[in-house]
Ligand binder design. Sequence first.
Ligand code: ZN
Length: 167
Amino acid sequence: MAGLEDLYREIILDHYRNPRNLGELPVPPAVRAEGFNPLCGDEVVVTVSLDGDRVAEVRQAGQGCSISRSSASMMSVAVKGRSVADARGLVRKVKAMMSVHEAQLEGEDPAEDADDASDGSADPEELGDVAALQGVVKFPVRIKCATLCWNALLQALDEPATPATPS
Ligand code: ZN
């Protein structure tokens, strides 16, 4: 398993050093959501532009620790081009992946979250680089760093669609 952990660390560092989709889209027509993690001081700004029910563009910006920054970069890559429903599903998977471990670490009965667990651990290929965030769950204080941008994404997707301004 050490090999896998090294791989996860490499992926996280790569996204931290070479953040993808960095910046902000003009709002409107894009929608914008912010997240703040007081435990660590992480800030994230997520802007999303939708094309119908598809996530056409995602930009992420902010400041914080390597986990929060690399998670935002991974998120932007993972959801770009997906349908809104798929993007929401991916957020659920990521949060399940992180929360199941959190529950286990807190000594709760893991069986309670059995459904979420199978949902979260299924299909590592769909998660792509995002699977590297699993390496974070061993450090419970960092879980909020990793999920911050995903919550901001959900918030952005929940914004009412801005109608295109007639020219
Ligand atoms: Zn952090």
